[in-house]
Design a protein around this ligand. Sequence first.
Ligand SMILES: [Zn+2]
Length: 529
Amino acid sequence: MKKRFYITTPIYYPSAKLHIGHAYCTVLADVFARYKRMRGFECYFLTGADEHGQKIERNASLANKTPQEFVDGIVEGFYKLWDLLEISNNDFIRTTQERHWLRVQEIFTKLLENDDIYLGKYKGWYCKDCEAFWTDTQVGENHICPDCGREVQIAEEEAYFFRTSKYVDRLLKFYEENPNFITPESRKNEMINTFIKPGLDDLCISRTSFSWGVPIRENPKHVIYVWLDALTNYITALGYNTENPELFDKFWQDEECEIIHLLGADITRFHAIYWPMFLMSLGLRIPDREFIHGLLMMKDCKMSKSKGNVVDPYPLVEKYGLDAVRYYLVREVIFGQNGSFTPEQFVERINADLANSFGNLLNRTIGMMNKYFQGQIPEYKGNVTPFDGELSSFAKAVINRYELCMDDLKITDAFIAVNELVQRANKYIDETTPWVLAKDESKKEELASVMNHLANTIYTAAILYQPVLVKAAEKALDQLNVPQELRNYENVYKFGVLGGQTVNKAEALFPRLDSAIEVEFIKNLMGGK
Ligand SMILES: [Zn+2]
């Protein structure tokens, strides 16, 4: 196990407001970072914004703003959303920041000096009116500019290219020696069979047809185009190469740090093929793992504003609370697969896992503690009832499963395990029937043991829930009056540490939602569909 972690999300493109699909990736990264920190590891968590390019330049001019004013306005919204979701990132990189610009220019120079870059010609569909190049897919069969609707022509412009051919063999060898580099593995096979084997073209890394980008020092009419600018954010944010050598060594070059990129399937090619090649050319370490998450979609199609099916996270958080939204995101979509947001499933998930399972268990337990023991948690006395041993072993097994899953970024599975523990505890109440034990004075010790086991199981679940339920887990610990010194993760391994404390007032962590009313409410948020 490595002793330090560096986790990143992609830098998001500020051409529109962020929706719940963006929140998905960032919350996953946040849960991982909080988990590692909870266990006492250093974890550096980066997110940011990819602010250059033709589309920004055009959208800004349509909005009558300079590109910088335009992106500043949108990025303000990013900051607000991450604040709202209590994202614990250590840094937020913007590609328009000087710290990034200067370093990208240096990187370009290095690649040029290595003879990994040459000046060639870029050929593509060009719209004279928009002064823009478009891809085959964008112009379609009729060769129409997707922006102004006029006909496009094949045109050429001078551009710099990165020599991918020089690194193909090294990349394939790297894949072979590092079988865990890309998860899920099917994505790696796709890279090899779809992109690498048929022959990889050199990558175009500059443009002269627009100016909103990092200018190339050696030839300032060119700006650095997309991927060389965007991907290098992962190292420029750490202060590569002269800005903060200490931070860069600690979280990039040092083998004791595990480097993890989270990303969506649509940008896998750039992260899995070109990014390692750039790093090879720079003589730098290649990340340990790239996790390709699925998309959070609306039923059968991708979320898009024009379809009126975008879910805005703000009103969801306002209405249902931060923890409900965070929990839904990590629990509903199996990591690596696509998932779909539906109002019904959102309400159902909160009711089933949070209100009926975890919240209800806490509430019932505190109620019984008050009724039978004047609110005091009885001391742990080992296995007293025939069901005690099974519950405490189950709790230990869940901790183990949780850690294995979290360490391997199977975040959904980790919380499924915690939820099973909560359900097991609810079943334990049915098995031990404390209300029956309470009627028989000779069963007092058994009743005490049941209460203790319940309190310790809730305590375990609350500790494990902390990275995702940033407010409710603490509230649960407060209601059980867990002393600060027992809130360190290390204590979770010792089942039975809780006992003797007097519980606080029970308050519902997650009120049960009325399904029909709430589904209607969310549908209205989404534009009445
Ligand atoms: Zn046009």
